[in-house]
Design a protein around this ligand. Structure first.
Ligand SMILES: C[S@@+](CC[C@H](N)C(=O)[O-])C[C@H]1O[C@@H](n2cnc3c(N)ncnc32)[C@H](O)[C@@H]1O
Length: 436
């Protein structure tokens, strides 16, 4: 909504139900919002809404004819869709529900394929599957206005994507991230931990021109081990560019480069509209940077052409410090950084999040990963250019997720081993008792 500068008012405060009743200035705004909404299914102009079917019909009969008129004329074909949320009905039962609307003053012909007007009738049976109530909690009737982008999630499915890696981000989350970053036509976007480029694929869908960098040479050249179970070797042409080509977005692809994020690479005065990224947490992939522990190490000139640099531990804390510093420098004012940040749920407070004086945290939501861990989707907006001091090291205490993760995993494995040993010992004693 802030991207299109539109306003929406909640008619009723949303709770758990999958419907929102809202008010927009006009249909134009509804269509704009739907044009970017990944989680939204349909927007309907609400003609009647009631706690039961009988009341709905009573209310619909009172809907002003003048408002219905443009959509029920003889030259307008129509159809009525029946949607029953959380309860299955046979086609015959659905047709019976339809027949109940025969009093509607619709004069046009029925067209089930390409109607001019679609009406929707919705019965809502709650969100708990398998035990719906006898009667619906709420019923709605209205005119379909717009659908969201759910078909895009399918189009970008990882199952049919040319090039994927072990940590490719799923399309729905990638699209949500591009929205959070307010990517729009002509935005310059970078993912400094690009991997297979899933976040860039999503950004191009909204008009972004995209760059990516990654330390993994083999990844960017599509030469890592295949991630699909049944694929033995990678195709020769697997790459981030091939993904762009697959979705006809090659014209939005700037390039990807092999680069260690710890080594500044971009021209200092270069500005992006958005940084969208999922840095490594050190669990499924290493957190490494180029470096060596050897003192005064120098590569001889004759070895330089074939030299493969050694790597040392980067550390989550340093990765996020660098990421925020990078964004503070390279975003335009008003530009956004959208990234994931792993946390232990028991330790989580806003204080554990990375921060920077020039970046305002505008959104923060949780995706649960396990009983003890989750990751936060963070969106920062750059509020001003940093001073030279603010681009230097600044003190942020970021917990090392990786270290604690492995300690906890080791502890729970130890606990499990002890439990199993105790069960075995109890069994042995029981058997001994039986024998004696
Ligand atoms: C979680 S993955 C990103 C996956 C990506 N979003 C995708 O959809 O494929 C993190 C990536 O960071 C890269 N990486 C790790 N350390 C790095 C470093 N020091 N500099 C740049 N990239 C690094 C890894 O090679 C990996 O591809």
């Amino acid at each position: 909504m802030s991207l299109f500068n539109i306003e929406m008012r909640f008619v009723r405060k949303p709770k758990d139900e999958p419907y929102w009743i809202v008010e927009f200035p006009s249909e134009v705004e509804v269509k704009l919002l739907a044009s970017r909404s990944v989680s939204l299914r349909n927007c309907i102009e609400l003609w009647a809404h009631a706690p039961n079917v009988q009341k709905l019909h009573e209310e619909l009969k009172l809907y002003p004819k003048s408002l219905m008129q443009p959509y029920v004329q003889a030259d307008k074909s129509f159809k009525i869709e029946v949607d029953t949320f959380c309860k299955h009905f046979s086609q015959k039962e659905k047709v019976d529900k339809l027949e109940a609307f025969s009093y509607l003053p619709v004069d046009g012909p029925v067209d089930l394929k390409t109607p001019d007007v679609t009406f929707q009738y919705i019965e809502y049976y709650g969100i708990i599957p398998h035990c719906p109530p006898e009667q619906p909690y709420e019923v709605f009737f209205g005119r379909w206005v717009a659908s969201g982008l759910r078909q895009l999630i399918k189009k970008l499915s990882l199952k049919t994507r040319k090039f994927i890696g072990n940590t490719s981000m799923d399309p729905q989350l990638s699209l949500l991230m591009a929205n959070q970053a307010k990517v729009t036509d002509g935005s310059l976007v970078v993912d400094p931990f690009v991997g297979s480029g899933s976040l860039l694929v999503a950004a191009t869908q909204f008009g972004g021109y995209v760059w990516g960098t990654d330390i993994d040479y083999l990844m960017l050249h599509g030469r890592t081990r295949p991630s699909r179970i049944h694929q033995k070797t990678r195709d020769r042409d697997e790459s981030v560019r091939a993904n762009m080509k697959q979705y006809n977005m090659e014209h939005r692809y700037m390039d990807v480069l092999v680069n260690d994020f710890a080594t500044p690479f971009w021209r200092e005065d270069f500005r992006f509209d958005a940084v969208i990224t999922d840095p490594p947490y050190g669990i499924r992939e290493a957190t490494e940077r180029v470096g060596t522990k050897k003192e005064g190490y120098e590569v001889k000139a004759e070895h330089l052409p074939t030299h493969i640099p050694a790597k040392i531990e980067y550390g989550i804390s340093n990765i996020y410090k660098d990421l925020l510093r990078f964004s503070a420098r390279h975003l335009r004012v008003g530009g956004r950084l959208v990234c994931w940040f792993p946390v232990f749920r028991e330790d989580y407070t806003e204080n554990v999040l990375p921060h920077h004086p020039c970046l305002e945290l505008v959104s923060n939501s949780e995706q649960t990963l396990s009983k003890v861990t989750s990751r936060r989707l963070l969106t920062f907006e750059k509020t001003r250019e940093p001073t030279e001091d603010e681009l230097d090291e600044y003190p942020v205490d970021i917990m090392d997720f990786r270290e604690k993760y492995f300690v906890i995993r080791e502890e729970s494995r130890k606990e499990r081993r002890m439990k199993e040993a105790k069960i075995r010992e109890d069994d042995r004693l029981r058997n001994l008792n039986k024998q004696s």
